[in-house]
Design a protein around this ligand. Structure first.
Ligand code: AMP
Length: 466
């Protein structure tokens, strides 16, 4: 069994790791640490949750340790390592890790990201830091203000490159790379490797070592996947039912849109399920407050959109729910990466309405397995609506007798024969429908097709509309 000491880490770092309570390196750490210590460029296939932050931070600290000094002069503290992340939350968490792992080495670090005042960041940069964690846009703002010189960077880390691509950051990243000295060590991490990330890796990395760790979702043994077919308008009831009957204390729930996340959080709170929602309109302080409330157990449910949840590190999260299926199969992989971390078992549940059938098929193609279906009594979608939305029928094919959402390898519910089951679902009480209307901005249909969402995390419920 490999230990941290076997990897060649200095005593100060071994102490920091022990302080964190880590007993042995995760697979990505065991592979990455020696590579980074040797000064090699690296391409790491791993997502948040695999322990990659320590995988690059520990050796990075060791390589820079000889620069540590206690001089007050800013000139003695130029930026030696630049770590770019796509989101503020991830940036904040990475910098927290840098501080935790580096607490016995007097190197300075700070984090800069958008959405908050520049001044305190400027002041920290002017004092001088060896390790800078940043999101691309705000970093360039500081460069423009001439408070930042990247001319002495020795190690450049690009974290979650695929998400950078999704968020349109690649041009900014190229601009930033152009500001770095030609001779440097480069580390690139990505959960997936679309062509553009590969192209970027080719230009960025010199003779890289590739370190690939099977993402948690792919191992399948740690995360149980399950899907519940359900009519769209009954998803919330089903979610509450699952939370209550299974006595779930902590669950991260994904919605496709900020509006949907807001509305769901509002409705869950109305039903007495303490919930916070993360979204991009909120200040950084509000997001952190909501995340803390979730981590500390003050709220049991955190509703988030994909971008908002990206990079959030919540340890031992046992349960993830896809309230809406994600727009891309890659996002399913990212979402599932929230559970089954650090060797703990996790459960990923998807509430799938007939309208999401095609997305489900795409996800199953990508993960190369069928997600087991389970119909909970009283929550299955009715046959007429399901079959009418199947792709075969839209292409003019023969009408299907069996809804294919429940058809394959699954505990299919007996098909209803009473005509009442063929009528559109009407909620029993008028109240929830009225609530949901009150949450929607004028003109926004609650059933509008989810759009790709580019912002959004926490924020709780102080706002009741957008
Ligand atoms: P990361 O993939 O870097 O976001 O790390 C995911 C989580 O795993 C974080 O909460 C870390 O604190 C934790 N972690 C990292 N390395 C180890 C380790 N060797 N043993 C146990 N937990 C770890």
């Amino acid at each position: 069994m490999t230990t941290f000491a076997d990897l060649g880490l200095a005593p100060e770092l071994l102490q920091a790791v022990a302080d964190q309570g880590y007993e042995q390196p995760t697979p990505i750490q065991a592979q990455a640490i020696p590579v980074v210590l040797a000064g090699r460029d690296m391409m790491g296939g791993a997502q948040t949750g695999a322990g990659k932050t320590a995988g690059f931070t520990l050796p990075l600290l060791q390589r820079l340790a000889h620069h540590a000094n206690t001089s007050a002069s800013p000139a003695r503290h130029p930026v030696r390592a630049l770590i770019l992340t796509p989101t503020r939350e991830l940036a904040a968490q990475v910098e927290e890790s840098v501080r935790a792992y580096g607490k016995h080495i007097p190197l300075r670090s700070t984090v800069v990201f958008g959405g908050i005042a520049m001044d305190p960041q400027t002041a920290a940069l002017r004092r001088g830091v060896e390790i800078l964690v940043a999101t691309p846009g705000r970093l360039l703002d500081h460069v423009q203000q001439k408070v930042l010189n990247l001319g002495q960077v020795e190690i450049f880390v690009l974290d979650e490159a695929d998400r950078m691509l999704d968020m349109g950051f690649i041009p900014d990243i190229k601009r930033i790379i152009a500001l770095l000295p030609a001779k440097r060590q480069n580390l690139l991490f990505s959960a997936t490797f679309p062509d553009e990330v590969r192209k970027l890796a080719q230009t960025l990395l010199h003779d890289p070592v590739t370190v690939q760790v099977a993402p948690k979702h792919a191992t399948a043994d740690l995360v149980t996947h399950r899907m519940y077919p359900v009519a769209r308008e009954r998803k919330r009831d089903l979610l509450v039912h699952i939370i209550r009957t299974r006595d779930i204390k902590q669950v991260l729930v994904f919605c496709s849109t900020r509006l949907g996340a807001n509305r769901l959080a509002y409705q869950l709170n109305r039903e007495g399920v303490h919930t916070a929602a993360i979204h991009g309109d909120k200040s950084q302080a509000e997001r952190i407050e909501a995340l803390d409330a979730f981590k500390s157990g003050k709220v049991g449910v955190l509703v988030a959109t994909d971008v908002a949840a990206r990079g959030i590190d919540i340890e031992d999260l046992p349960f993830v729910v896809n309230f809406d299926l994600p727009n891309t199969p890659e996002d399913y992989v990212h979402r599932i990466g929230r559970t089954g971390r650090a060797g703990k078992a996790g459960e990923a549940v998807s509430l799938v309405c007939p309208e999401e059938h095609e997305r489900l098929a795409e996800i199953e193609r990508m993960i190369k397995k069928q997600i087991p279906r389970e119909i909970l009594t009283g929550f299955g979608p009715d046959a007429a609506r399901t079959s009418s939305l199947m792709p075969e029928r839209r292409r003019g094919g023969r009408e299907r007798e069996q809804p294919s959402l429940v058809a394959s390898g699954v505990k299919a519910a007996p098909q209803p024969t009473d005509p009442i089951f063929y009528a559109p679902y009407e909620p029993e009480q008028a109240a929830p429908a009225a609530e949901s209307k009150s949450m929607a901005p004028a003109g926004a249909a609650p059933t509008a097709a989810p759009k790709r969402q580019v912002a959004a995390l926490l924020g709780g419920l102080r706002r009741t509309g957008n």
